[in-house]
Ligand binder design. Sequence first.
Ligand SMILES: Nc1ncnc2c1ncn2[C@@H]1O[C@H](COP(=O)(O)OP(=O)(O)OP(=O)(O)O)[C@@H](O)[C@H]1O
Ligand SMILES: [Mg+2]
Length: 289
Amino acid sequence: MAMYALTEVTKRFTKGRKEVRALDGVDLTVADGDWLAIQGPTGHGKTTLLQLLGALDRPSSGSVLFDGDDLARLSERRLAGVRARSFGFVFQFFNLIPTLTAQENVETALVPLKVSAASRRERAGRALADVGLADRSGHLPAELSGGQQQRVAIARALVTEPAVLLADEPTGNLDEDTRDEIIALLEGLWKDRGLTLITVTHDSTVARRAPRIAWISKGKVSLRKDDRRAARSRAVTTEPKDADSAAVGGAVATAEQSAAPVTTTEPRDAGGTAPGGRVALPEEATAAE
Ligand SMILES: Nc1ncnc2c1ncn2[C@@H]1O[C@H](COP(=O)(O)OP(=O)(O)OP(=O)(O)O)[C@@H](O)[C@H]1O
Ligand SMILES: [Mg+2]
């Protein structure tokens, strides 16, 4: 069973007499442990989709099944529970509380879970160490670099041990080197912890790290790359230097890959607008794994 199964999802916003169709009939499945990048131009529904996946909002119609529950129909109370237990969020502008230290910011995520103060301290300390910030726990956000603030936000998202990490332009506000560090950190956490990772990005350099890319345009979603098996084998082979071959999973022929002939052509890096790489997808077959 897929972890997420979205069927015929629409989201409409009304502003006065004008209606915006932010999502317009989205069908999508995400399996446990996937890393899906959602890419597309500004204003085409990326954040809206991420908010539905994170139960921060409900669709206007359609269903958003998460582990068998329809997030469109759960009560507010149960939604809040799912949100606190199952999802971690990372945002472009970090969204840390400026008057709290790094340690205290991370601890806030544990408050809804009724964790004791001692255990909050201990778990937050560990989460900060996991993102390489053990020595900055007493710093306020303003006393940290952008990359460090994003690490605190990632620690805050992970301290609850969520099944899914949802990140909206997590590197949108960082320089290139810091961007690469943060992506490497997220990728490492995804590989080591079996997280399901969903990242929204404009940036093709970031998106192509992910084994699956969903392209969103005018509220409609199409999968442009689905390389789950290659990604898994890549974890145990050496990463090719060349970015283009890396993007297609290192072209390492494995038994797994030949069993599932997914062919991808990576879109050329042209600000994410290149049309390349529509993929023939064995979506149903892989979702049923
Ligand atoms: N609360 C709202 N009320 C009215 N319209 C909204 C609301 N939220 C989003 N929209 C509209 O829905 C569309 C999709 O917005 P969304 O924020 O999902 O885009 P996006 O792809 O995340 O863009 P960006 O890359 O700029 O963040 C836009 O046209 C936006 O103006
Ligand atoms: Mg957005």
